[in-house]
Design a protein around this ligand. Structure first.
Ligand SMILES: C[S@@+](CC[C@H](N)C(=O)[O-])C[C@H]1O[C@@H](n2cnc3c(N)ncnc32)[C@H](O)[C@@H]1O
Length: 197
């Protein structure tokens, strides 16, 4: 399934990108500064929007996704290296990055808590963490519908969980919340965190 998903990902995302997702990506990514790590960078849809970063290292475990992102990395305004790697075991030393970015990725990674702990480890103290994530709605009926749909959705969308309680997971790790903005009636969240370790 991974290969097919990688092949159709950009086409599948196009309507959402046109409806405002691209604008949300731009707004988030322009806050990434210094040495940046992007986790699960997919086909590199965020790459054109890095302006203030000195350097970006993007990790992505799916080889076809990674290959597809290389053109966007070459065309980017800042240097971007793409590395085949898993965000559950980030292959960098402690306190390496000024900013860590993740978009639409904590929904898919099998162990998001382990990933958040890894982000905490590799991000410098007082570094910034930027997420754009869809989450489980805190509303009885709609949340249940997300729970029911998740098994089939996961199958079709390469592991994506519609019902991840991402904010609860973030709170467990102990980052300091700087900013949280909600879109699409709370379905999509833009989150800025401080690595207060
Ligand atoms: C829905 S796509 C999002 C891609 C991209 N971040 C974006 O905003 O378009 C989810 C991505 O998470 C990646 N992914 C899945 N498991 C992962 C893991 N363990 N570590 C890092 N990335 C992972 C997938 O390969 C895929 O590229």
């Amino acid at each position: 399934m991974g290969k097919l998903f990688a092949k159709i990902y950009d086409i599948m995302m196009q309507p959402l990108e046109q409806k405002g997702l691209t604008e949300l990506r731009k707004n988030l990514i322009r806050n990434a500064r210094g040495k940046v790590l992007e986790i699960g960078s997919g086909t590199g849809l965020n790459f054109p929007f890095y302006e203030r970063a000195d350097k970006v290292i993007a990790i992505e475990p799916q080889p076809l996704m990674m290959n597809r992102s290389l053109i966007r990395a070459n065309d980017a305004l800042v240097p971007i290296d793409v590395v085949l790697a898993d965000a559950e075991e980030i292959p960098f030393q402690d306190n390496t990055f000024d900013t860590v970015v993740g978009t639409l990725v904590l929904c898919t990674i099998p162990n998001p808590l382990k990933t958040l702990e890894e982000i905490r480890r590799v991000c410098k103290p007082h570094g910034t963490i930027l997420f754009l994530e869809h989450v489980r709605l805190d509303r009885p009926i709609l949340g249940r519908i997300q729970d029911w749909l998740t098994p089939i959705w996961k199958h079709v969308c390469d592991g994506c969980h519609l019902n991840r309680k991402t904010v609860e997971l973030i709170n467990k790790v102990g980052f300091k919340l700087v900013r949280k903005k909600q879109y699409c009636k709370n379905l999509l969240l833009e989150i800025e965190l401080l690595n207060s370790k």
